[in-house]
Design a protein around this ligand. Sequence first.
Ligand code: SF4
Length: 446
Amino acid sequence: MTSEPTASASAAPKVSFVSLGCPKALVDSERIITRLRAEGYQLSKSHAGADLVIVNTCGFLDSAKAESLEAIGTAMGENGRVIVTGCMGAEPEQIREAFPGVLAITGPQAYESVMGAVHEAAPPAHDPFLDLVPEQGVKLTPRHYAYLKISEGCNNRCTFCIIPKLRGDLVSRPAGDVLREAERLVKAGVKELLVISQDTSAYGVDLKYAESPWRDRSVRARFFDLSRELGSFGAWVRLHYVYPYPHVDEVIGLMAEGLVLPYLDIPFQHASPQVLKAMRRPAHQEKTLERINKWRGICPDLGVRSTFIVGFPGETDEDFELLLQWLEEAKLERVGCFKFEPVRGAAANALGLPEVPDAVKQSRYKRFMEKQQAISARILKGRVGKRLKVIIDEAGPSVAKGRSQWDAPEIDGNVYVASRRPLRVGDIVTVKIERADAYDLHGVAV
Ligand code: SF4
């Protein structure tokens, strides 16, 4: 039963919330907001008039740090009572230096400390409106898809990355816990679960794959076991941040069975063994092309998305040509590319390898993108005439916007769907593809 707001609700402190960064940070934001709402706080749409502002920051790249500092500055200017949390909170000096008046700074995942700081700055209203919290918690993502974080931290030590420094070693959630959250989400109307963590394929290593209770049985904290159980809820299940370890092979079988979407997000980052070694990438010795081909043998529908870095210190012309060649052979469905940025505190800066000049980085980036655009256009053209399942993200009077099973929200392409009957957000419809461009598909609902 839902309580009706009473007079005390209007006395509830108002909090304005800024969420920056990656999907993982978004999940943290959702958790904090859920707690705030559970304790009776109101959310304010603007900083002015709020009792305080929480800024959930990202500190992954220097550009993200600059954006975080700017958001803190705006909150200080418009409100003045600011709590900072998230990745940048792990380095409080920088924030204190720029904004000595900030009320509190906590690191990523420090829900208790954030709530402690909130209680101190704006004590909760007397009557907590627990029942006002929707069943699935407060979600910043649209209602039909949700991110499901299965672990935090990372045991790898890639030299360009400071996430292990910020978030620590891998800590997996017990399988039963993850499954209960997933079940709640699906019951609340979520149609697509996006499984995230820093290294999804390493799930459960820290727990020694321990079993935990789920319904009337136990489930092991293993990537395969968890994926299979998640697939049983009937929602789309999409796996992000997987590494090409041999044990991933068995999960491809679940894709072939239709339990999990035939989509793998694997951040390869490079193809040259020398660069991968300098990056200290997990599974850098694996023969990844062979592995991808093997997976395609098990599940011919498999779509792989990946990201790459060009201009890593010491990357030679030969390394880069090898990367282009690899890309041509791998024929990945979706690819993103970044120019290397030396993140403060990253081991890559102390490797003693020669920096790649900015102009070279830029020209490699351009060549890389052109190459991938042509590959992507070819793959999409091959889908013309096919009937695909599409999940609708945005309804429209005559054309709706959706995604195929090979497109994750916000990072991949779209499918534009013409339809005579009205399509609602979250509908999964069959679409006959009529046209393709470099990144998107266009078709008609059948
Ligand atoms: S796998 Fe590498 S890049 Fe990813 S979080 Fe861990 S250390 Fe960073």
